[in-house]
Structure formats: structure tokens, C-alpha cells
Design a protein. Structure first.
Length: 753
């Protein structure tokens, strides 16, 4: 323990030993913040002789708390067990267990998880006679959760004309009353949900100052990890707790604030100094994780954000390889190129598969990557989510397809008979199965003769279901796999139900089903597939999903995860796929500068997961909503300085090309991006060429010539240049201004006049 300070750099040492007064440690990616935070606590206990009972350390995950406690025990012994250390929810629940009687709750109150909360809300909505398609449980739950995280009680919610007007405009005027009923029912049940653990702690400290004073004097030192991820409620609580002693230390990185959708408020870290004028600011800027190329590329990206705390992350590590940009013709080919790259990198450099991670913006993107890895017999694991074909909405859709094809499939029958809800409950299902067993009939035969076995209104609902399945069977016989599947997904009501759920989760599920339909469309469009029927596709999918799943404890697997899930992790080789406009940045995050800057921070987080090599990929075309769409490269590619990128030549993209020098890479990305993408407000349909438009041979293109571009329209060549073996032209387009285009990519028609 005596030499722990010698292993630290100067800013790290400053962060450990300066324990008095308010302190903010701005910790750049890979700068060793966990080590500094752990040693700061150890220094308090070992050198300052602070009783561990008087230290409060708040984290965002149980895993982080467990790891820090383990390290501390190795340094200061079992005294570390006396720390008040844990997640916000865990620590505040501990306080509430002792103090809940002040709020009228029993000290042994029940904690409702998300399912408990949604179940109660579902009952309340039903009891109030409200339309559960209008008042979807997820929507109501998220609305109430958001209010609590902003410290809005049900009384304040109902009295707030802006909130009430917003609910009314969204055709849900009763949310305030649902909030009231939910809160009162929880209270009468002696229960708190996860949000209540924060909300009620704040309320406890506001309404019972003697309790607040007790904990203000108990916690002489307050430390908060990942401070950029705190919400308003969390910040208000820790500010109250530290008000007397003023020994508050927050550690975080504004550049890695990526959880606004969960209520995180980046202004907490950006404006922290306003609440503490005497604040000591310590910057951990040396990156120990990544190569110089990766660090500088990340710096060039995050520099584009306006809302940030100034810092300059640097590293003394090796310069490292340039970032490789992989261009694919389609999302399917993107998966193939990424899988091939992983295999070749492993073989050439003796890596383990566990040294690789594939990061994507949305879960639905995993499908093409998973299929490509499976075809190459590369094991993988999907972190933070199910395998694509194991997700509920995908299994529901496939069950409809399978049952429409084979009415003897009992498992699919059980899954879809009341999906979407049609008033056929478990009791009815049990009666159907009993009747089939008693009369030695198939379930389908019982369904077709429902009136002989069942009574009441359920007979009509079953008859409607049978008619629908028969019609789906006819669709399968007369149409290809995609046409039949699209019709079944639509007419079954599955797509409508998912589309109407406007929550983040609902949108994700809807996108996942669309991705399944995209996969079926790709299957049908594949010229190598002779059998285009739905049965053939389902058989292929069954073969894919019947493979043994990779185990989490198997080190020889490639990791797949969303970028949000990757925060705090690191890998030797990182692939960021789907670098396209409306995908990354997400089309849902383009309505304001703050949203766009959060997306850019997400990209920064993705880049800084890489230790040795970073690969970026995008597709020229991608199936969306059953149609092949042209894609624009992400604007974030422009944010990376050109000298840090090279265009990959290893993996066979149709238009891939090498970069003989960094300046060429820069011109390639810039020129190509300008060719493909105009300003966001200008749509690709702004100019429409004639139906017989055909590109010319541009080998003889010269300055002064008139040309036509399929997107930018008519223009005049201003200048010709050669870079390596490539030619590029600077062209002034009448409606789009000057563009510099690589002739190997630009589809130009030379006009004779």
C-alpha cells in the first residue's frame, strides 16, 4: 500500500491525494479513472484515517461496485466492507429501509420490478375502462417514470397544465389520473418501484430535515462514478448530502454521456462548477488503452461538439494502424466482409476471437452479422440482448409464418392463438387441447369445428382466426416468400400493434420485424436461390437457429453488442458497422443539436473501445421496409481527419480501393461523401435524370466540359486532378454548387453541347 502513489502520473496522483473540498475529475477514455477513484478511497482510509462508515461511493452498476470493493479489500483489508458503496438504487434503498416510516411506508416495503409495475398499470387501465391500445402499458410506464426522474409527483403532474395539455394532444388525457391511482395503489401495498427509490429519497430529505442532517454528518466524503450519467433526481440528492461537509468528488467524462434516453442529464457535469465556485478540476488526459491513431481520430470527432468541457486526450502508446473503412454493396455483404475480416485478422496476427467486437447502433443490425459469422463457423455471443431470431417479436412473426404453412404445429399455435389479443384465454386454449386429446383429433380440426366443442362468443373469434389462417395458406401457395410474409405480418395485426407502440422499446421491436422482412426479401432477390417459397426460407432459418449458441464463458467467441452496451469495455479489435445517415446518426436523433451531439458522443464511445485496430463499415444499399434503399455514408465519417483513415482493399467490396497515402484517404472519403450526400435538407430526389440516363466513359473528361450527374444534375467541369492512380474532377453544379468527385465512383454523363 505504501508505494501506490508512485505508479500514478501527476494528474492521477492529484486526483488521489486532494481529498478535501469539491472536486471534479474529468476522466478521458482509457485514462484509468476506476483506478484513481479506488485509490482515492484507499487514501482516505489508509492515510487520512477516515472511518469507512463515513464514506459514500455511488456507482451505476453492481459489477463496478463489486470490482472496486474487491480492489479496496486487497489494499486496506476487510475494513473496505464497511463502506457505503453501491448503485444509487441500492444505497438509497438501504437508507429508505431505515427511514421509510417517516413517509408512511413500512420499513420492509416491497420493491416492484418493471414487470410488477407494468402489471399493476395494466390492471388500473382495465379498471378505469380505458382503451389499452390507446393507453399502452409501456407508454404509460415511461411517462410516469420520466416524471419521477424529474422530481414531479402525481399531484404536481395533475396540476401542471403543460403536462396535461401534452397528454391530451397525444389522445391520452387520463395519464395523470393513472399516475395518481398507481402511486396510491403502490403506497397502500407498501411498495416502491425503482424510480420511487430515488424519488422518495429526495422527498425524505426535503420533508424531514433531521433525517437529512443525520446523513449529511454521516457521509463526510461523497464520491460519484460516471457522473455524466446522473439524472436530475440523483444529482439533487447527492448535492443535499454533501451540503455540510462539501467533500464531494465526481468522476466522469462529458464526452461519454450517452444515456439521455434513460433520463441522464449532461448539464449536471457541464454546469457542476456553477454550484461549487471553489471546485478543483482535475483532468485525466493520458489514454493508456488505445494507439495514437485511434486517440487522435476520436479527438477529431468529439471536437465537433459545442457542448463540452475542454480537454485534450493524448497517449504515449505506439502510433498504430490507420482506421480501415470498409464499403459494402449491401448490408448482407457488409456482414460477409466483416466476418471475413475478423477471420483473416485472427489468422494473420494470432488473435483470439474474444479479441474482436462488432458494435452497432440498433439491435436489428445484428441479423446480417450473425448469419455471416454462422456461415463461416465463427462462434459469437450477443451481449445485452437475445440473438436476433430469439427475440420475442421475431419468434412471434415466425410462428405465424410456420402455422400458416403447417397447421399441425402446436407450439406455433400456442404462441399466436391470442396474439394480438383476440379474447382467447388460457382456459379456452386448455379446452381446445383437451378436446383434441379426448377425440383423437388435431388441434386444427377442433378449431375448424369450434362450435361442437366450445360455446359463447369465443366460437366466433376462433372462426375468424381459422379463416385468417386459411387465407394465409392461400397467400403462401400463390406468392413468393417475401410477398406472403409481408401480407401475413400485416394482416395478422402484429405490425400494427408494434407500429402503434411509440416507446423506444416498441420502435425497436417494429424495426426488428422489418429487418426480418428485409432478410426474406434478400432471400427472394438472391439469384442463387432456386426455391423462393416461404417454406424454403423457413427451413434455412431453422438450420441457422438450430446451431449451438455460444456460451458467455467461452473465450473463443466474437462479441456482438450495441454501442450503448459497450460503454466501459475495451477490445483489441473493434468493428463499427452501419455507418450510414439515418442509421448512425439515428433518424430519431436529428431534431436538435443536443440530440445530434449525443449521437456523436456515442460514436466517440464506440471509437474509444478499440485498443489496437478500428474498422468502420457502411453499405451503399440496405433493405428497409421490404425495399432496397440507397444509403448515404454517415456524416460522422467526415468528422474523422482524413490522415487517420485508409480504405480497405482486403475484402472484395465492388468499389473498394486502396489508399496509397493518408491524403488520398482524406480525399476519397471527402470526395465520395460529397458525391453521395448533399446537405440534410436536400433530398436525393431533388434532381431526377431522364429514364434513359447512362453514365459516359470519363477517361477523356476535361476542364470546361458539360456533364450531368444523377443526383446533382447539370454542371461544368472546373478542374481535373490526379491522386495516385485515381482521377477526380471539381464540378460546379447549377443547383448544388461545387463538388469534388472521384471519377471511379461518380456516374457522370458527358453532354455533347
Amino acid at each position: 500500500m505504501s508505494d501506490y502513489l508512485e505508479s500514478l502520473n501527476d494528474p492521477q496522483r492529484e486526483g488521489v491525494i486532494n481529498t478535501e473540498g469539491p472536486c471534479m475529475i474529468i476522466a478521458g477514455a482509457g485514462s484509468g479513472k476506476t483506478r484513481v477513484l479506488t485509490l482515492r478511497i484507499a487514501h482516505l482510509i489508509h492515510s487520512k484515517q477516515v472511518d469507512p462508515f463515513n464514506i459514500l461511493a455511488l456507482t451505476f452498476t453492481n459489477k463496478a461496485a463489486k470490482e472496486m470493493r474487491h480492489r479496496l479489500e486487497q489494499m486496506v483489508g476487510t475494513d473496505a466492507r464497511n463502506l457505503w458503496m453501491g448503485t444509487f438504487h441500492a444505497v438509497f434503498a438501504r437508507i429508505l429501509r431505515a427511514e421509510a416510516h417517516h413517509l408512511g411506508y413500512p420499513n420492509n416495503f416491497t420493491i416492484y420490478d418493471t414487470d410488477d409495475s407494468k402489471s399493476l398499470l395494466r390492471s388500473i387501465i382495465k379498471e378505469m375502462g380505458l382503451d389499452d391500445t390507446q393507453y399502452k402499458v409501456n407508454t404509460v410506464y415511461n411517462r410516469i417514470s420520466s416524471a419521477k426522474n424529474r422530481l414531479i409527483s402525481w399531484q404536481e403532474y395533475i396540476a401542471n397544465p403543460i403536462l396535461v395539455a401534452d397528454d391530451t394532444a397525444n389522445m391520452r388525457p387520463e395519464i395523470g389520473n393513472i399516475f395518481k391511482a398507481y402511486s396510491l395503489r403502490c403506497f397502500r401495498s407498501g411498495a416502491m418501484d425503482f424510480d420511487d427509490l430515488l424519488f422518495n429519497t429526495d422527498r425524505l430529505f426535503k420533508e424531514h430535515l433531521q433525517v437529512l442532517n443525520k446523513y449529511q454528518h454521516r457521509f463526510q466524503y461523497v464520491l460519484v462514478d460516471e457522473f455524466q450519467d446522473t439524472n436530475l433526481c440523483q444529482y439533487f440528492i447527492i448535492r443535499k448530502l454533501a451540503a455540510v461537509q462539501q467533500n464531494i468528488c465526481v468522476v466522469g467524462d462529458d464526452a461519454q454521456s450517452i444515456y439521455a434516453f434513460r433520463g441522464a442529464d449532461i448539464s449536471n457535469i457541464l454546469n457542476f462548477e456553477k454550484d461549487y465556485p471553489d471546485l478543483r478540476i482535475i483532468k485525466l488526459e493520458q489514454n493508456y488503452r488505445s494507439t495514437q491513431t485511434i486517440v487522435e481520430a476520436a479527438n477529431s470527432v468529439i471536437a465537433k461538439n459545442k457542448a463540452q468541457l475542454p480537454k485534450k486526450v493524448w497517449t504515449s502508446n505506439e502510433e498504430g494502424n490507420l482506421i480501415e473503412l470498409i464499403k459494402a454493396v449491401s448490408d448482407n455483404e457488409e456482414g460477409k466482409l466483416v466476418a471475413t475480416s475478423i477471420f483473416e485478422e485472427k489468422m494473420q496476427h494470432q488473435y483470439k476471437f474474444s479479441d474482436f467486437v462488432v458494435l452497432y447502433r440498433t439491435n436489428s443490425q445484428s441479423r446480417a452479422i450473425e448469419e455471416a459469422l454462422r456461415r463461416m463457423n465463427i462462434k459469437y455471443k450477443v451481449v445485452g440482448g437475445l440473438s436476433f431470431y430469439q427475440r420475442k417479436e421475431i419468434k412471434d412473426t415466425l410462428a405465424y409464418l410456420r402455422y400458416s404453412l403447417n397447421q399441425q404445429d402446436e407450439a406455433s399455435f400456442r404462441r399466436i392463438i391470442n396474439l394480438p389479443k383476440r379474447g382467447i384465454g388460457d382456459t379456452t386454449i386448455d379446452k381446445i387441447i383437451v378436446a383434441a386429446n379426448d377425440h383423437t383429433m388435431s388441434i386444427w380440426d377442433v378449431l375448424q369445428n369450434a362450435s361442437s366443442f366450445l360455446g359463447g362468443n369465443v366460437v366466433g373469434r376462433i372462426d375468424d382466426f381459422v379463416t385468417k389462417i386459411k387465407r394465409f395458406g392461400i397467400e403462401i401457395q400463390n406468392k413468393d416468400a417475401y410477398e406472403a410474409a409481408a401480407e401475413i405480418a400485416k394482416s395478422s395485426g402484429l405490425m400494427k400493434e408494434l407500429y402503434e407502440d411509440k416507446t423506444v422499446e416498441g420502435l425497436s421491436r417494429y424495426e426488428n420485424v422489418q429487418e426480418l422482412l428485409n432478410a426474406i426479401k434478400e432471400y427472394v432477390d438472391d439469384p442463387e436461390k432456386e426455391d423462393k417459397s416461404l417454406g424454403a426460407f423457413l427451413q434455412e432459418v431453422s438450420l441457422l437457429t438450430s446451431q449451438d449458441e455460444s456460451k458467455d464463458n467461452d473465450p473463443e467467441v466474437v462479441t456482438l453488442m450495441t454501442i450503448h452496451m459497450a460503454k466501459g469495455l475495451e477490445f483489441k479489435n473493434v468493428y463499427i458497422v452501419g455507418m450510414e445517415e439515418d442509421l448512425f446518426p439515428s433518424q430519431l436523433m436529428l431534431s436538435s443539436r443536443s440530440e445530434l451531439e449525443e449521437e456523436r458522443r456515442l460514436f466517440y464511445v464506440a471509437i474509444t473501445r478499440a485498443q489496437k485496430k478500428l474498422f468502420l463499415s457502411y453499405a451503399i444499399t440496405r433493405y428497409r421496409f421490404g425495399r432496397l434503399k440507397n444509403c448515404e455514408p454517415s456524416r460522422f465519417l467526415d468528422d474523422i481527419k482524413g490522415e487517420y483513415i485508409k480504405v480497405s482493399t482486403k475484402f472484395g467490396g465492388v468499389e473498394s480501393m486502396s489508399a496509397p497515402n493518408p491524403n488520398f484517404a482524406k480525399s476519397f472519403v471527402s470526395g465520395m461523401k460529397k458525391t453521395i450526400r448533399t446537405q440534410p435538407a436536400v433530398k436525393a430526389t431533388a434532381y431526377k435524370p431522364a429514364a434513359d440516363f447512362a453514365p459516359s466513359d470519363t477517361s477523356g473528361l476535361k476542364e470546361g466540359m458539360k456533364v450531368e450527374h444523377p443526383k446533382f444534375g447539370h454542371g461544368t467541369v472546373l478542374k481535373m486532378e490526379e491522386v495516385g492512380s485515381e482521377r477526380k474532377a471539381k464540378i460546379n453544379f447549377a443547383d448544388f454548387g461545387e463538388k469534388t468527385l472521384l471519377l471511379s465512383f461518380a456516374k457522370l454523363k458527358i453532354n455533347s453541347n
